[in-house]
Design a protein around this ligand. Structure first.
Ligand code: ARG
Length: 701
């Protein structure tokens, strides 16, 4: 026996499963046998007495889980942080454990009332004493970790638990003598797994499979080379043996019914302090302010979810609920994150949701100078489609050229401060680029639940009503198109070749003729198939009247490409009187600019197709300037390209037969986008019909 090691246990006199506070207890209320529990506990007690000195705390009637002394508190040297149980079912244990600690000469630290922390069940010292691993996610709050660091003066590494079967850190994680670690990776989020891998070298990690994990193999008591646990598979036994551990199995099935095993039934009370080990404070917290239709637009959910999904934790400090349908709500939320990087990540996303940091007035954004052309500083803020403002000299400055996936470049000139979105490749040496998340805010329009994520209408989808719904959207789009045309606005169409195959060419041609389209963006294919149809009556070799493939039709599109190449360009083919109808013809005739962006699969290409993609992107961007509405017609490629260049506020109508494409495009979180799941040819024919029905305000009957 090693006298210097002391362990605290509590006899199971009053043990039972009386309530359900973890998944193991479900279906087990009053199902454990008192007799067998006593027998199993006594065996464990006996084994441990051979390895260490075992102290006992008196069991208390009415507190059945008190046997799990691991949850009494967290000890280091003479200090103990007393547990604050998450569930009221266990809170009554606190004074009894507190008394035992005080009677035994420990200095007891107590956490603020509303800050749960469940002791050594959720905080495990590295067995070499180098740092403390602390769990959060179910029972203990991340915000309790800075207190542990401060009071125990040790570095705390926070690990987020994500599987509710492993609700306490000690159910899935067990640091061992010699720097080894026995653990179940599936219980942790990816950031935590990364942290574990950074600290524990591969040869020291003993990752177990789920089958062992559910037998509580990680819930083991480790004293020097001995390891006491409920049960281990043969392969685990072997692994432990090769690492020099002596495994002692002892059944603890009665305690498994309450969600605990060997380690939970013990608390190591001798944890030596190493004088070279000290606290650091990696956990950051800050306060954010959110305003808008926080509940009915789902913003609050989104914000809180993203904090947790990115490994953070939160506390809502204030919530002023807007009571009327039209009124907005406001909330202050304290956000905590396990590291600076995680905090930046979370804050970046919160800013995109419209959050601002009210605390200390940030007077200036942080910038770094671009030192290599086309390359931003590492930590650059990535822009969104939303109007963005940055703090400069304690004032908000609106960012120009707003687009997605850019960097913000700030310039101070005599006229004042300007801020602009730039894409990476346009960055120049010397540009001041905004980094981090300090002093940035985005304005999201107060959006309503029924509008969130764009609207989606299904036509070909089942149900009678959807047909009527498509008609309704088309009516609305027609009305808007008319408005835009009549006030001299700008509508762009981005379209794929499917538009031609589905018979949409004549309708799009008619829209162009009537002045509804101010620009066309697409690829090589839409032009090729449009001209093929105009010259040969087929689209990709299929007869457009009869709908059947024409003999040798697969060569048609190459013939067409060849013809246009002979004349030099689409416009020249029109001028030569060879091309006399179709979408491209109408563009040329009506002076509607177009840009055809090339791709790897293009045949030809047509002389008009821009195969230099950087130039094509620039031409797209130029054509998109000042656009009021974009019709995205069955092309995922070009529509996404266009979407990325477009700021919020531009109405986007996305039509595709594939609902996934529509969802992807209308899910930019922009309320201006509308998705229509239908055949694009059909959509265009409905649209043209609707436009005919509308009487122009200038055509008084
Ligand atoms: N029924 C107890 C609870 O849910 C079991 C505690 C197990 N203890 C532990 N350190 N994992 O709180």
């Amino acid at each position: 026996m090693t006298d210097s090691i002391r362990i605290l246990m509590c006899a199971p006199d009053h043990y039972d499963v009386d309530y359900v506070i973890n998944p193991w207890m479900e279906g087990n209320v009053h199902k454990s046998s008192q007799e067998r529990a006593v027998e199993q506990w006594s065996k464990l007690h006996h084994i441990l007495k051979e390895l260490a000195q075992v102290d006992l705390v008196a069991p208390q009637k009415g507190w059945p889980d008190m046997v799990f002394t691991a949850n009494a508190g967290l000890l280091l040297g003479d200090n103990v942080v007393l547990s604050r149980f998450h569930h009221p079912e266990r809170q009554g244990e606190e004074p009894h454990f507190k008394k035992w600690f005080e009677d035994n000469g420990f200095t007891v630290y107590e956490l603020p009332k509303d800050l749960p922390f469940e002791g050594a069940g959720d905080a495990l010292l590295d067995r070499e004493g180098r740092w403390l691993w602390a769990g959060y996610g179910f029972r203990s709050e991340l915000d309790s970790h800075p207190y542990l660091a401060k009071w125990l003066d040790i570095e705390v590494l926070s690990l987020r638990l994500i599987d509710d079967r492993f609700y306490h850190l000690d159910t899935c994680f067990c640091p061992l003598t010699g720097g080894y670690l026995l653990y179940y990776p599936g219980a942790f989020d990816s950031y935590s797994n990364h942290l574990i891998e950074m600290r524990v070298p591969a040869e020291k990690r003993i990752a177990i499979a789920e089958a062992d994990a559910v037998n509580f193999a990680c819930n083991a008591v480790n004293v020097e080379q001995s390891l006491v646990m409920n049960k281990a598979s043969d392969s685990l036994k072997q692994q432990l043996a090769t690492k020099g551990f002596k495994l002692i199995e002892t059944p603890l099935t009665e305690f498994l019914k309450a969600g605990g095993a060997a380690k939970c039934l013990t608390l190591r009370i001798t944890e030596p302090v190493l004088d070279y080990v000290h606290a650091n404070e990696p956990i950051e917290s800050r306060i954010i302010h959110l305003e808008g239709h926080l509940l009915d637009a789902g913003t609050m959910n989104q914000a809180l979810d993203l904090i947790v999904e990115n490994g953070g934790s939160f506390k809502v400090l204030n919530f002023n609920l807007g009571i009327e349908r039209q009124s907005t709500s406001a909330a202050d939320v304290r956000v905590s994150a396990p590291s600076h990087e995680a905090m930046e990540d979370i804050m970046g996303q919160l800013i995109d949701l419209g959050a601002i940091t009210p605390e200390k007035e940030v007077c200036d954004i942080i910038t770094e100078t671009c030192t290599k052309a086309g390359v931003a500083p590492d930590d650059f803020y990535v822009t969104t489609i939303y109007p963005t403002e940055i703090r400069v000299n304690c004032e908000w400055v609106l960012v120009q050229n707003q687009r997605m996936d850019g960097a913000i470049v700030v310039a101070k000139t005599e006229q004042g401060v300007t801020a602009k979105c730039k894409i990476l490749r346009d960055l120049e040496v010397g540009d001041r680029v905004v980094v981090g998340v300090e002093g940035i805010r985005t304005a999201r329009k107060a959006e309503k639940r029924e509008k969130r994520g764009g609207e989606e209408f299904s036509f070909m989808g089942a149900g009678v009503s959807s047909e009527r719904r498509v008609e309704l959207v088309v009516e609305q789009i027609a009305w808007e198109l008319r408005q835009i045309r009549d006030r001299g606005g700008k509508v762009l169409v981005t379209a794929g070749p499917v538009l031609i195959h589905t018979g949409g060419a004549q309708h799009l041609s008619s829209l162009i003729r009537q002045g509804y389209v101010q620009g066309l963006l697409g690829g090589n294919a839409i032009a090729v198939h449009d001209i093929e149809q105009a010259l040969m009556g087929t689209s990709l070799g299929v007869d457009m009247q009869k709908g059947v493939p024409v003999r040798g039709g697969h060569r048609h599109h190459l013939k067409v490409i060849n013809t246009v190449r002979r004349y030099g360009s689409i416009a020249e083919t029109v001028e030569a009187g060879v091309l006399t109808q179709g979408v491209m013809y109408e563009c040329v005739k009506n002076n509607v600019p177009f840009c055809l962006a090339g791709s790897i699969r293009d045949d030809g290409p047509l002389p008009d197709t821009q195969m230099d993609l950087i130039k094509a992107q620039a031409e797209y961007a130029q054509l998109l300037e000042g656009t009021d509405m974009i019709l995205m017609l069955s092309t995922m490629l070009h529509s996404i390209g266009v979407g990325n260049m477009t700021p919020a506020g531009v109405k986007m109508v996305c039509v595709d037969i594939n609902p996934a494409v529509v969802t992807k495009l209308s899910d930019r979180g922009s309320i201006e986008s509308v998705g229509v799941v239908t055949d694009v040819g059909l959509f265009l024919s409905l649209l043209v019909q609707q436009l005919e029905k509308l009487t122009s305000p200038y055509q008084v009957a």
